[in-house]
Design a protein around this ligand. Structure first.
Ligand SMILES: [Zn+2]
Length: 209
């Protein structure tokens, strides 16, 4: 048993381990109950685009808690679900899509950045900030697919270029609908010399939810 699992076992004495989706008590060495995992897990995840869960009735409370309420347990659970998708692959550096200033001001934190940092710790890889926004974009939520593409066009700039050049990069975001943001962020990293960029999002959402 490694120290991380030992810590979980010790914590379990005081705080029973619960499924982050439904609150049911589960064994200390598990993270989710199978039924919830089965209902939420994204079936379209691939080596080209890792996606942990679908945005649906099962995953929505977890996403809201992690994205809007700084719920540390929800953020860790989301990172764990993503880790299960990427664990068999190796990346040189892990980064996140930068948040809008408005969202950062509203929340006080960036969920994608926290996800990327936790994933990096789980993988034993470095987290680096590799992207900034060149200008503010509108919320993608109410836009059509074409409007989303135009809204983020040219919005990202690579920074810390010595970590981008020649890098095999895992690019993390919280939710993705059309993939427009991921495409644009990926393009900025390739323009700065990345060798490979693999997108990974926590939740895949349908258009117009
Ligand atoms: Zn559950």
């Amino acid at each position: 048993m490694n120290s991380y699992n030992l810590k979980r076992l010790a914590l379990n004495v005081f705080y029973p381990n619960v499924c982050p989706f439904c609150g049911k008590i589960i064994p200390y060495d598990e993270y989710f109950d199978d039924e919830c995992d089965d209902l939420a897990r994204c079936r379209e995840s691939s080596r080209q685009f890792f996606r942990a869960v679908y945005y649906n009735d099962k995953s929505k409370p977890l996403i809201t808690a992690a994205k809007e309420h700084a719920d540390g347990a929800a953020i860790s659970a989301a990172a764990r679900l993503m880790f299960e998708e990427i664990r068999d692959h190796t990346f040189g550096v892990i980064t996140a899509v930068p948040p809008s200033k408005a969202r950062l001001a509203e929340n006080g934190y960036s969920f994608p950045e926290l996800l990327a940092r936790e994933l990096a710790a789980m993988c034993g890889t470095r987290y680096r900030k590799l992207l900034v926004k060149k200008f503010e974009t509108k919320e993608q939520k109410d836009l059509t697919a074409e409007e989303r593409r135009l809204n983020v066009e040219g919005a990202f700039l690579a920074v810390n270029e010595r970590f981008v050049r020649g890098g095999d990069i895992l690019l993390v975001d919280d939710v993705s609908t059309t993939g427009a943001t991921m495409n644009e962020a990926t393009r900025a990293l390739f323009a700065a010399g990345a060798t490979s960029v693999t997108p990974a999002v926590f939740a895949q959402t349908p258009l117009n939810v």
